[in-house]
Design a protein around this ligand. Structure first.
Ligand code: NDP
Length: 328
């Protein structure tokens, strides 16, 4: 089978030369192991951080090893009592067509209820990030205004729909008219601001007549400052991501004075540190997606060889919804 390894660490922007496709043979299974054929690979912004040697909340990706990544697939051989051939499983098996695992971080999922790919998006890690940041940090009350950036994306789309279901006014921020139209027309947000139109602050002010109570921040920098400028007293900021800074843009908070003036709470979080809540959150998300109350969109690249370009595209905002690689 094929796997993609990290060949070199990026100097500046990620390039295809940072990756190398390798063919490896399937090792014989030991007792307690199983073999998974991956159907989809998830591409996520956090992978950019892992590619560099800089210190972060998680160890960096080792060179010449399979790139880290979330996967969903099917058990094709098992010497593990807890998994049978045919089981659908979500895990972090990396950029590879197949993987042998001891099953420690594998979750069985119901392939009859939802498409497998949903378990990497709205009913997976990004959905849980939305669920956690909204419910545990912003904890919005009915009638409050919530703003979310990267609003058409895997996390942002779920944040806005959950907040709408909880009776909030929801305003998205996204890049370009097509993404904004989708966020309002398909996802049901009250408004969406196209930050590329060049008048983010004025447009956001017009869309938030009662100010902003909850900021779900995925981008940072000017986007966060624009939202802070509209913040209400005792507002909450769930700091989920700073993808706007990946290309080297300034992530400084210039409106820091408003943190004090408005007595704001800012809380960063890493969703994988809250595994105790995943069963509860994912069960809710699965219901909402299955019943059509939460919708999602995907951008799908085909074949492992397409993964590097798709990942580079994600880092440039070319994806529209959850970025996946379909392996079979
Ligand atoms: P998305 O599906 O939202 O894709 C990323 C999007 O970010 C792009 O499509 C783009 O949309 C937007 N974007 C804004 N500014 C930039 C920029 N300068 N360069 C590139 N893209 C930009 O990704 P996810 O939903 O997976 O992740 C969203 C955020 O959540 C990220 O910051 C990520 O790191 C974070 N995250 C954090 C987690 C945690 O536990 N804290 C867990 C999961 C994700 P547009 O065209 O609208 O600008």
């Amino acid at each position: 089978y094929q796997r993609m390894v990290l060949a070199s660490r990026p100097r500046g922007a990620v390039t295809p030369a940072n990756f190398r496709l390798e063919t490896v043979t399937v090792p014989a299974l030991q007792d307690g192991e199983l073999l998974v054929r991956n159907h989809y690979l998830s591409l996520d912004p956090y992978m950019r951080g892992r590619m560099s040697a800089a210190k972060s909340y998680a160890a960096s990706q080792a060179l010449d090893q399979t790139m880290i990544g979330g996967t969903v697939g099917e058990v094709v051989a098992s010497r593990h009592a807890g998994f049978a051939v045919g089981d659908a499983v979500v895990g972090v098996l990396g950029w590879a067509e197949m993987a042998v695992t001891d099953g420690a971080q594998l979750r069985k999922v119901d392939a009859s209820k939802l498409p497998l790919s949903a378990y990497l998006g709205a009913v997976g890690m990004p959905g849980m990030a939305a669920w956690y940041g909204l419910n545990r940090i912003i904890a919005p009350k009915v009638g409050e205004t919530v703003v979310v950036s990267a609003a058409s994306g895997a996390v942002g789309s779920v944040v806005g729909q959950l907040a709408r279901l909880q009776g909030c006014r929801v305003v998205g921020i996204a890049g370009g008219p097509a993404k904004c139209a989708y966020v309002v027309d398909e996802l049901g947000f009250d408004a969406c601001i196209d930050y590329k139109a060049g008048k983010l602050e004025a447009d956001l002010a017009a869309a938030t007549p009662d100010g902003i109570d909850g900021i779900f921040e995925n981008v940072g920098g000017a986007t966060l400052d624009a939202a802070l400028a509209r913040s209400n007293a005792f507002g909450r900021v769930a700091l989920c991501g700073l993808i706007g800074g990946f290309g080297g843009a300034d992530m400084a908070i210039h409106n820091a004075r408003l943190l004090l003036i408005n007595r704001l709470t800012v809380q960063g979080f890493i969703v994988t540190e809250h595994m105790d809540l995943w069963d509860q959150g994912l069960a809710q998300l699965a219901e909402l997606v299955a019943s059509g109350q939460v919708k999602y969109r995907e951008t799908v690249a085909h074949g492992l060889a397409a993964a590097p370009d798709a990942f580079i595209g994600l880092l440039q905002g070319f994806n529209f919804g959850k970025q996946l690689v379909k392996l079979i």
